[in-house]
Every structure is written in structure tokens, then in C-alpha cells.
Design a protein around this ligand. Structure first.
Ligand code: G6P
Length: 609
């Protein structure tokens, strides 16, 4: 994982790099560091822990150099410590490197460099890059890097500076994301465009095996052999302040509140009224292709995987295509059978998750057509897909995904409804009802957010519990998994999501008064069965918080507390049920004083396998 930034211009590089790193802290926050060209050498400052520590250290010892690189780390090789923090340097301290990715052959490289007399200061894989560049350096940093890269196996986004050349910065990419920000008399590098948006709205999105040589007034793009390449600058579509907290205590809270407007954006131009067909630009599939589908394979990680599970359910139920959903990290192991006319639907907020990208390539190699459902425009997953349906959520900063999840669900519901209409596999009245309900989802979501005080009240009853179960059936089983994930990742309360039908096969043994159960019991095919499950929990003295639809009198007799959601078709309810579950997890965690936007051990974008 990790985030990298770099600046070359006429402002103090520390200011730009620290501000850029703040936008990248979602990629890891085990340590932070910076290297600045100053007084003919490189000044390096590193701290263990979050960026605030680095900012404090720099406030005590300000640096004025105008070229620098910075890093925020999520530890892969070597524990979080000052010595393992980036930037890593050559032995004489004149070459410094920041790296996101993993150098897979670092142990071999390290052995041979040690034989040549190189001494290593850290336990990291990255340090070999600094020594290799030093080994090949003959007065031209870019040439030394081009030679060094031939020895490297694995993944990298790199920023490299050399004290002997304070007017040049080298950046390169293989597998890990990298953009080059285009300024006026100044240029930038970063792991994503959000990190440079404060200063520029134009970037080059660097592809695998490409590099950039930046000076203050120029950017030269080449492949790793030095052959020139050209990229059209990409215009960042969101304003500079899109990634600010805007008065909210946490990004997660802001992002929960942004959902109604983000949903409207997502629907815009795609679903205009209940009687018109859904239009999904970017899907890149003809109606014949949709009709001819024989199988759909969903793949994703984390929260996006839960969205994929809902997508699988809807595609099978509505579009009548056999569908499966794999955790991206497991897909290759299964060596999935890809039939002719198989569609792969890859779901990812960042578009950069390493396992998901690897799974995408596997499915593509096997002959599947790949459509991705992605948030980050022009990300690796988006670019490698045959079609992309962007969820249009805007930047999501909180590590716990919220608005991206509900927009993934909304997008997948539109896709399934569209496929069903084209394939003629569902009743037209039902499809009309789904389209009308989707149009109403932004308003229903706003209503749910307006009920936040009631949810906070419920949170205050359960925030000290050590364990929780989340139960559901049918299309809402993924809602239970996602509700439990939200709670455990930000509150550290042990929480498990289950199909309620599985309760009797083991988990029910754990029920006791200290463990609370969140039961999603919305009107629909599985409602009666859920009531049965709630009674089983209650009979064993377990408190129950139900998620139920407005007007359900029965549920008030069964559950201790109810999180109400507006009435909607069962197939739409995963979207609206997600909102109170997000707010419940948020308020429980806030009451516990947790670091909600940056939970321990996590990173928002997992760019290592
Ligand atoms: C991390 C994040 C999750 C996210 C998952 C997949 O675990 O913390 O919020 O769901 O990665 O990320 P992606 O960007 O591919 O959706």
C-alpha cells in the first residue's frame, strides 16, 4: 500500500508534500517521511505514526527546499519504525526513494548488493532500489533508474530524487498507481489525483512500465527503456475542496451524509423516469451480447465484495443469468471456468485494489468480457476493463466505505434491471416498480439520515457490548455481512454477519445478554423466517435491534429496538438498510472514541496482494 507524493517548483516542498500526504493517509499511516533537496544535500525527516507527527517535526525544524518527495506507509516488509520509514536512501544519503508496492525479488537483490559492499539500514524491500540506483548512477538519475528497474521484479510506484541533481525528479510505475500533476512552473507526482487537486486540475495518468522525468517547467514521459510516449492530460472533474470535511467531525460522517446527492448524480442521465429504459453509457455491451450471456462472475474485495454479492443475487433473480461472486483474492486459486459469453463484473471503489486487478486480468485472459463498476475515474481497473460504469460517488476518504457501497448497489441494481428488461426475463410491472423505487432512493436516504438522532440513541444502548451478530436472509445477507464489517472495522467490537438460516448450525450457542443481534427483517419473501430467528435469539436472552420497514407493528413486539427504513421493494432494501447500519457503526465507534477515519491496521486502498 502506502502513498507517495513529490514536488518540484518554487514553493517549500514540505508544504506541498505534507498537504498531499494528508490526502493519501487513507493508504496507510504506520509512518510518514519526507526528503527535501536543501543546501546541496538531501534533508530527510521521518516519524513513526501518523502524518501529524511529521508535520510537528517539520514545524520544529523547517526546511525551505523546493524539490522533495514524501511517503505515508502501510507496513509490508519490516515493522513500523523510523528506520523502516520512507524515504530510503543510498549509503551516502544522496539518492532518496519513496515507494508504493512490493519488490518481490528484494531478498536476492539485497544479498548480491551486500556482497558488493552495500550496507542496509532497514528491513524493507524498498531500500534495494536506492542502492541499485546508486550503483548505476553516473551523473544521470533517469539513466540510472532505467538500468536499475531492469533488476526489479514486483510492483512499484516510485519517486526518486538525487542531491546532485536538484532540478530533476524521476517517477515510475509498474502495477501501483501513479499520476503526474501538471503545474505552471511546478510539477507534482502522487499516488492519486486527489493528492494534487489543491494545486492543479490536470494530470497525466501513468500506465504500467512508464516513467516520468519532471523538472520545474517540463515533464517528459517515456517507457522504461526511455522511448518517448504521449498521454493526453486528464482533467480532474471535481473541485479542489471536494475532499474537505466540510464541518463534519469525520470524513465517514460527511460521506454518509453525502449519499443522497451522490445517488442523484449516479442516477443522472441513466434513469430519468420509471417508464423509460435505463441507459448505461460506458457499459459497452450490445443488446445481443446482453441477451447472449451465459454466465456472470462478480469479483471484488471487502465492502465492494458485499456489493458484488447483492449484484449476483439481482442478476440471477431478475436477469436469469447464472451468477457467482468470488473474493478477488481467492478467484485465481479456484481456476474458475469461464464459458463463452461470460461477463465478469469487477467492483472496486478505488479501482486500484491489487487482488481485484489480478482477478480482472485472470478473467480477461480466460476470455471473459470485463465490465467494472468503479468510483475512481481512469484508475487501473477502469482502464483495463472492456466497459466501465462509474458510480459517481466523488472522493471517498474515510477508510470505512459508505457512499461508495450504496452507489455500487444502486449501479448494480440499475444494471440488473437493465439486463432483465433487455432479456425479457422479468415482469415489466416489477421492473417499472424497481425503476420508480430507485428514483425514490435519494429521498429515502435523506429521510434516513434525518433519523440520525434515533440511531444515535440506539447506539448509546449497545456501544459497550463486546460482541455483535448481524443476521439476514436472501438479498440482505450481504447487508448483514457489511453491517458487521462496518462495526468491527471502526469500533473494534467483534461482529459477525450471518445468514440467519445458519444460526441454528452453531452461532446460536454464543447468544447471551452481552451480545446484541442486529436482525434485518424487511417486508418481503423472507420476513416471516426472520421473525422466527428473532424469537430464537430473544428466547436465549439476546437483545435484538431490528432493521424494519416503517409501519411494521409486529416487529415492535419482537425486537428491543428498531431502526426504521422507508417502505421499498425488498430488492432495493439493501441500499436503504445500509444507511442505519453505517450510522449505528459510526455512532458506536464515536462513543468509544475510536479513530473512525483511520482505524488501526487498515488502509483504504490495498495495493498489495
Ligand atoms: C479496503 C477498504 C474497503 C474496501 C476494500 C476494497 O479494505 O478499507 O473499504 O471495500 O479495500 O477496495 P476497493 O477500492 O477495491 O473497493
Amino acid at each position: 500500500m502506502c502513498g507517495i507524493v513529490g514536488y518540484i517548483g518554487d514553493r517549500p516542498a514540505t508544504e506541498v508534500c505534507v498537504a498531499g500526504l494528508r490526502r493519501l493517509e487513507y493508504r496507510g499511516y504506520d509512518s510518514a517521511g519526507i526528503a527535501v533537496a536543501e543546501n546541496g544535500g538531501l534533508e530527510i525527516v521521518k516519524v513513526v505514526g501518523k502524518l501529524d507527527g511529521l508535520a510537528e517535526a517539520l514545524a520544529e525544524n523547517p526546511l525551505s527546499g523546493t524539490m522533495g518527495i514524501g511517503h505515508t506507509r502501510w507496513a509490508t516488509h519490516g515493522k513500523p519504525s523510523e528506520v523502516n520509514s520512507h524515504p530510503h536512501t543510498s549509503m551516502d544519503g544522496r539518492i532518496a526513494v519513496v515507494h508504493n508496492g512490493i519488490i518481490e525479488n528484494y531478498a536476492d537483490l539485497r544479498d548480491s548488493l551486500q556482497e558488493e559492499g552495500y550496507e542496509f539500514a532497514s528491513e524493507t524491500d524498498t531500500e534495494v532500489i536506492a542502492h541499485l540506483v546508486d550503483k548505476y548512477y553516473k551523473g544521470d538519475l533517469a539513466a540510472a533508474f532505467r538500468r536499475a528497474v531492469k533488476d526489479l521484479e514486483g510492483a512499484f510506484a516510485l519517486g526518486i530524487v538525487c542531491a546532485d541533481d536538484p532540478d530533476q525528479m524521476v517517477a515510475a510505475r509498474r502495477f501501483s498507481p501513479l499520476v503526474v500533476g501538471i503545474g505552471d512552473g511546478e510539477n507534482f507526482i502522487a499516488s492519486d489525483m486527489g493528492a494534487v487537486r489543491e494545486w492543479t486540475d490536470r494530470v497525466y495518468v501513468i500506465d504500467d512500465d512508464e516513467m516520468a522525468v519532471l523538472t520545474r517547467h517540463d515533464i517528459v514521459l517515456t517507457d522504461l527503456d526511455g522511448n518517448p510516449i504521449e498521454h493526453e492530460p486528464y482533467q480532474i472533474p471535481w473541485p479542489a475542496d471536494a475532499a474537505e470535511k466540510g464541518g463534519h467531525k469525520h470524513f465517514m460522517h460527511k460521506e454518509i451524509h453525502e449519499q443522497p446527492s451522490a445517488m442523484r448524480e449516479c442516477l443522472l442521465g441513466r434513469l430519468t423516469d420509471a417508464d423509460s429504459p435505463i441507459k448505461l453509457d460506458g457499459l459497452n455491451m450490445t443488446e445481443d451480447e446482453i441477451r447472449g450471456l451465459r454466465k456472470i462472475v462478480f469479483t471484488a474485495c471487502g465492502t465492494a465484495y458485499h456489493a458484488g454479492l447483492v449484484g449476483r443475487f439481482l442478476m440471477e433473480k431478475l436477469a436469469r443469468v447464472p451468477a457467482e461472486c468470488d473474493l478477488a483474492a481467492e478467484l485465481r486459486a479456484r481456476d474458475p471456468v469461464v464459458l463463452e459469453d461470460t461477463l465478469a463484473i469487477v467492483v472496486s471503489q478505488s479501482g486500484e485494489t491489487a487482488d481485484t486487478l489480478v482477478a480482472l486480468r485472470e478473467l480477461k485472459d480466460k476470455g471473459a468480457k470485463v465490465v467494472s463498476v468503479v468510483n475512481t475515474v481512469d484508475s487501473s481497473i477502469a482502464r483495463e476493463s472492456d466497459g466501465v460504469v462509474y458510480i459517481q460517488a466523488g472522493p471517498e476518504i474515510g477508510v470505512a466505505s459508505t457512499k461508495a457501497y450504496t452507489l455500487q448497489l444502486l449501479t448494480l441494481t440499475m444494471m440488473a434491471t437493465h439486463f432483465a428488461a433487455v432479456r425479457g426475463t422479468a415482469n415489466e410491472e416489477d421492473l417499472r416498480d424497481l425503476r420508480a423505487s430507485m428514483l425514490g432512493v435519494p429521498e429515502q436516504t435523506q429521510e434516513l439520515i434525518d433519523r440520525e438522532d434515533d440511531i444515535r440513541e440506539v447506539a448509546s444502548k449497545y456501544y459497550e457490548a463486546p460482541d455483535a451478530f448481524y443476521l439476514a436472509r436472501g438479498v440482505n445477507v450481504p447487508s448483514a455481512l457489511e453491517g458487521a464489517l462496518k462495526l468491527k472495522e471502526i469500533s473494534y467490537i467483534h461482529a459477525e454477519g450471518y445468514s440467519a438460516g445458519e444460526m441454528k448450525h452453531g452461532p446460536i450457542a454464543l447468544i447471551e445478554p452481552n451480545l446484541f443481534t442486529v436482525a434485518i427483517a424487511v417486508e418481503g419473501e423472507v420476513y416471516e423466517k426472520m421473525i422466527g430467528n428473532i424469537q430464537e435469539v430473544k428466547a436465549r436472552s439476546g437483545p435484538v435491534v431490528a432493521v424494519a420497514m416503517d409501519g411494521d407493528a409486529e416487529i415492535t413486539r419482537q425486537a428491543d429496538d428498531v431502526l426504521w427504513i422507508p417502505e421499498c421493494p425488498e430488492l432495493i432494501s439493501p441500499i436503504t438498510a445500509a444507511i442505519p447500519l453505517q450510522l449505528l457503526a459510526y455512532h458506536i465507534s464515536d462513543m468509544l472514541g475510536r479513530e473512525i477515519d483511520q482505524p488501526r491496521n487498515l488502509a483504504k486502498t490495498v495495493t498489495v496482494e
